[in-house]
Design a protein. Structure first.
Length: 148
């Protein structure tokens, strides 16, 4: 059975690959804020295991003894409801801030966004600007790409 439906009349359109996306590095005030917040977030993720609180590790997930310690508060498996409530409060705060300030979490401090920007920065330093990457992808494969 064949239907003659125009693609522009379809509500759900079939997937059509349009090629790779080449992002351009942005500059400006808000990008500088995003970059600085990203560095702050990454440094905090890296530093959290070494932070001491009352002579102990501040945040510790001990799988062997089934304990989760956060700034002196030790949660055991039976304390799951407290942890669930903390996550619900955190989720509500995230939804509230997103509703109040727009996409401030996803646009500036979401770990996925931060990692993507870090990898894009590395890609830009290795392969060049957006136009250079497009030109490089259209050219035949060559080994000394990393040498440039």
């Amino acid at each position: 059975m064949k239907f003659d439906i125009k693609e522009e009349d379809m509500i759900i359109k079939p997937y059509k690959e349009e090629g790779p996306i080449y992002i351009r590095e942005q500059k400006g005030f808000f990008q500088r804020i995003r970059r600085n917040l990203g560095w702050l977030l990454m440094l905090s993720f890296i530093a959290i295991p070494w932070v001491q609180y009352n002579g102990q590790q501040a945040v510790l997930l001990d799988v062997a003894t089934q304990k989760f310690t956060i700034f002196g508060l030790t949660l055991l498996p039976q304390d799951f409801m407290i942890l669930a409530m903390l996550f619900m409060v955190g989720a509500f705060a995230l939804f509230f801030v997103t509703n109040w300030l727009g996409r401030v979490w996803c646009g500036y401090t979401c770990p996925q966004t931060i990692w993507m920007l870090m990898f894009s920065w590395v890609e830009q330093r290795i392969e060049g600007t957006r136009n250079q990457r497009i030109k490089l992808d259209k050219s035949p494969l060559r080994i000394p790409v990393m040498v440039n």
